[in-house]
Design a protein around this ligand. Structure first.
Ligand SMILES: [Zn+2]
Length: 188
């Protein structure tokens, strides 16, 4: 059996003088319960608090977790940004379609107005004149009602997309804030 030498070391936490066997590799202070690793170098024996090691380990784990979280968040960000772009495009396409229908209706009204002016310059028999006037008036009324319908549809389309677009926009903001926080954590 090897000879056991007793060495005296101070507890790193409460400074109590501790007599311990040099064969131990761990020692718990019997005054304050702090756990130490008994280490040895050219200067002799010394204590290292195990909690500190744990603290470092926790930091490393935290860093690793932060880096993983950043990856996951960046992937979420890509997905949400893509959803946002797809939805904006869908909305823009619908709005463009409505805009082109509205501009068609306006053109038709202008054509009808020009036709009405032309009819006035020609001396048509009364019946033909009345029928032509009626057609012009009906065309105008119909196109005006179309324009008003299109306007309502434009509002509905904007309202339909707004909440979802806002929700995705908020999500993107939250994800970006989370990424910035995690980057800080990973860099610490
Ligand atoms: Zn102690």
């Amino acid at each position: 059996m090897e000879n056991v030498t007793l060495i005296t070391l101070k507890c790193s936490n409460c400074s109590a003088s501790l007599q311990i066997s040099d064969k131990l590799d761990r020692y718990i202070c019997n005054y304050c319960g702090t756990e130490h690793a008994l280490l040895h170098n050219s200067g002799g024996f010394y204590f290292r608090r195990l909690e500190e090691k744990l603290d470092n380990l926790e930091k490393i784990t935290e860093k690793g977790n932060a880096e993983l979280a950043i990856k996951r968040l960046r992937s979420d960000l890509t997905t949400r940004t893509h959803q946002y772009e797809v939805m904006i495009k869908e909305k823009d396409d619908l709005m463009r379609l409505l805009e082109s229908r509205r501009s068609d209706a306006v053109s038709t009204i202008i054509v009808a107005a020009v036709a009405q002016a032309a009819i006035l310059t020609v001396n048509f028999p009364l019946q033909i004149y009345s029928a032509a006037q009626l057609a012009v008036v009906f065309t105008m009324i119909y196109q005006l009602s179309q324009i008003s319908k299109i306007q309502t549809e434009r509002q509905k389309t904007a309202e339909k997309f707004r909440p979802e677009l806002e929700r995705i926009r908020d999500d993107i903001d939250v994800i970006e804030i989370k990424i910035r926080k995690k980057i800080k954590l990973a860099d610490s």
